[in-house]
Design a protein around this ligand. Structure first.
Ligand SMILES: Cc1ncc(COP(=O)(O)O)c(C=O)c1O
Length: 362
């Protein structure tokens, strides 16, 4: 089942066929099963394929799929943070400067503060806005951007950002986890790295932790591969296989989640007591602000279809009061909501009912 080299195809076609073998023997499954091996039989001269921390055919198939979707070469990692670390840590040396989003995923900021700054790397935290990032890129070795940012939901003009970073001599890495490669492909926009947490919508069932990087640059790819092998930040074969299987439904899951997110945003925009409703027009995540922390907690407790949980991008709707982590500069009553793939009418009705209960209008 070749993926159709050179032919431009739709999202569902691409996700269903991504990474499947071009020629399969009679009787073979569409997606080959996982290969569980630490050592494999490997006689004669040594080669990386001889040991399971270096290489695994199940990762290779999944990475081929990710590479097709991102438009580059991909490497899978044990989590999104393992993938982020594989870009950030080997790239930066004492005396370098790195730009990270002030309104993006906080663990990346924490990693920069706790592990890069003490090694002499200047860490510049700036909001997800083109002008701010471009100004900060001057003299930086690497700009790390998120689009849309989490939880700020800022969306960037990536071709403009990539051009400005390169003019300034900085490399650009973009985390487009919220959008998935079906909506934003950083490498096509000129970024040097694309990175994603596959824990979220990419795999979409709330049962996996995985991440990946993608690049078109062979040297960068080799550096990330060496980092993965040295640190052992590898995915398990079964997780990689489940992720590859889950990719097949990405386009339909995302379309449904986006339709739900859009319907919720519209319903919430007209609701009393709700302010600053934001949905970036792509991806499953929206945010809105209730009067205070207590109202947000009452809302979350009153929802029947929406699990109070962190993370996003799963088939089940979930939400949390983001300020509970104490790590993001957001109002106490801000709810980060991840639309699942339930029926829109049910979801909107549940959310509006929970809102009335939370705001004392029931
Ligand atoms: C935008 C973004 N990037 C990266 C990560 C890290 O991913 P993981 O939890 O798979 O390590 C997250 C996790 O929430 C995220 O939201």
């Amino acid at each position: 089942m070749p993926a159709g080299g050179g032919v431009s195809r739709g999202d569902s076609t691409r996700t269903v066929h991504a990474g499947l073998p071009e020629a399969a023997p009679q009787g073979a499954p569409f997606l080959p099963g996982p290969t569980f091996a630490a050592p494999v039989h490997w006689a004669g001269d040594a080669a990386p394929e001889g040991y399971g921390r270096n290489a695994n055919p199940t990762w290779a198939a999944y990475e081929a799929a990710l590479g097709e979707l991102e438009g580059g070469h991909a490497l899978a990692f044990a989590s999104g943070m393992a993938a982020a670390s594989a870009i950030l840590l080997p790239a930066l040396r004492p005396g370098d400067a790195v730009v990270v989003p002030a309104d993006g995923y906080y663990t990346v900021r924490a990693l920069a503060r706790e592990h890069l700054a003490p090694r002499g790397v200047e860490v510049r935290e700036v909001p997800t806005r083109l002008d701010a990032l471009v100004a900060a890129a001057d003299g930086a070795a690497l700009v790390w951007a998120e689009s849309p940012s989490n939880p700020g939901l800022g969306v960037l003009d990536l071709p403009a950002l990539a051009a400005a970073c390169h003019d300034a001599g900085a490399a650009l890495a973009v985390d487009a986890t919220l959008a998935t490669p079906l909506r934003i492909r950083p490498l096509e926009a000129g970024a040097d790295w694309a990175m994603g947490s596959a824990t979220k919508a990419l795999t979409g069932h709330g049962d996996l932790l995985l991440g990946y990087v993608a690049t078109r640059d062979e040297q960068r790819l080799a550096a990330a591969r060496t980092w993965r092998t040295s640190t052992g930040a590898i995915p398990g074969a079964f997780e990689a296989w489940l992720a590859h299987r889950s990719l097949a439904t990405l386009a339909v899951r995302l379309e449904r989640a986006e339709a739900n997110a859009s319907a919720l945003a519209e319903a919430l925009r007209g609701a009393d007591g709700v302010r600053d409703v934001r949905w970036p027009g792509m991806g499953p995540v929206l945010v809105f602000t209730l009067p205070d922390a207590a109202a947000a907690q009452r809302f979350l407790a009153a929802c029947e279809l929406v699990a109070e949980a962190t993370s996003f991008g799963g088939v089940h709707s979930s939400a949390e009061r983001r300020a509970r982590w104490g790590s993001d500069d957001v109002p106490d009553g801000l709810v980060r909501f991840s639309a699942g793939i339930e029926d829109a009418e049910d979801l909107v009705a549940d959310v509006l009912r929970a809102l009335s209960a939370a705001l004392g209008r029931e």
